[in-house]
Design a protein around this ligand. Sequence first.
Ligand SMILES: C[S@@+](CC[C@H](N)C(=O)[O-])C[C@H]1O[C@@H](n2cnc3c(N)ncnc32)[C@H](O)[C@@H]1O
Length: 316
Amino acid sequence: MTEPDPQKQLLAKEAEFWDLQEDKIDSLYARPHDWRFVPKLAEKIIQPRVDTLLRLIDGNKDRIKSLVDIGCGNGWLCHAMAKRGIHSIGIDLSPKKIETAKRMAKEQGIADRCEFVAGDVMEWRPREKVDLLTSHGSLHHFPAFHDALQHMLAHHLKPDGLMLFVEPNHEGMAPEVVQFLMKCAKSWWGKRVFDFAFYYEVTGQTSLDTPPPPTDGPDMNIRHESPAGKEFFGEHIELDDYFAEHFEVIERHFYHYFSSHATNAFYVFMKSKLIRGIWRLLLPMMVRRDTRLLKDPKYQQFAEDGLWFLRRKASR
Ligand SMILES: C[S@@+](CC[C@H](N)C(=O)[O-])C[C@H]1O[C@@H](n2cnc3c(N)ncnc32)[C@H](O)[C@@H]1O
C-alpha cells in the first residue's frame, strides 16, 4: 500500500478547517472571541488598512482591470473590487466559503463581474493572466510558501502585473500589550471582570503564568491557527525581508500594534458591559496611536499584520 501524501493530507485538513469555520461563523458572532468578528470594533480597527488598500487600487485603476484573490474566503475583496469594475476571480480551498462568496455576489448584483473557484491554488490556472494578484491573510497558509508564490507568478500574473498582500507579520501579542493585560488581569478589579474560563479555553493555558501549550496538535480548534497556517509561523515572521529580497516594494505599511490585540483580550475577556463601552469610546484614539507608533521600525516588528504592494524586480 502506498503511503498517503503528507502534503495532500495537510490540504484536506486545511479545507476541513475552513469549512468548519464557515459553518460556525454565526456562532462565533454570537460569542465574539476575536475583534475580527465584532463588526463595529473590527471596522474601526481595520479602517486604516482598508483605506490604504482602496487608495492603492484606486490610484492604479488604469492598470488594474482584472485580479485573482488567492484564498478568497467569503469573497469580500472580490466583491469590493468587482464593484469598482475590476473583473475579480477568487479561489479558495473551502467549498463552503466559495458557496458563500457566490451567494453574496448574486445578492449584491455583481455575479457577472466575479468568478469563484473551489480548489487548491497550486493546482489551478486562470484562463488568462491577470493584472493584480491579491492575498488577504492567505499566503501564509501555503506550507511551501516560496514555491506557491513562484507558481502564482508563473501562471496567474501578467509579467508587468502587481501584487497586493496583507499577511501576518508577527505572531502573538507585542510585549507591551501582554504586560499591560497581565497587570490588569491580576489587579483586584481585573480578577472580578476577567473571563478566566474563556481565556483558558482560548489559550489552552491552565493559569496566567503557565505558557500556552504548543499549537501543533491534531485538534481542529477554530479559535486557533489553521493546520497549514501553523506550519508557517515562527516567532517573528520574516515576510518583510522576503518581499524586499524578491520583489520591488512599491509601498509597505504595518498595522495592529496595540488596538487589535488589546481589543481581542479586553472585549472577549472582560465580562463588564461598562468596560466594553469605555473600550469602544477609547478605540479610535488607540487606532490613531497605533498608526503613529507603527511608523517606527522598533514597533513595526511587533505589528500583527503587514501590507505590501509589490511588483516583480525588473531583472526577474
Ligand atoms: C485567513 S483565511 C483568509 C480569507 C480571506 N482572504 C479573508 O480576508 O477573509 C485563509 C483562506 O485561505 C484558504 N486557503 C488556504 N490554503 C489554500 C490553498 N492551497 N488554495 C486555496 N485556498 C487556500 C483557506 O481556505 C481560507 O479561506
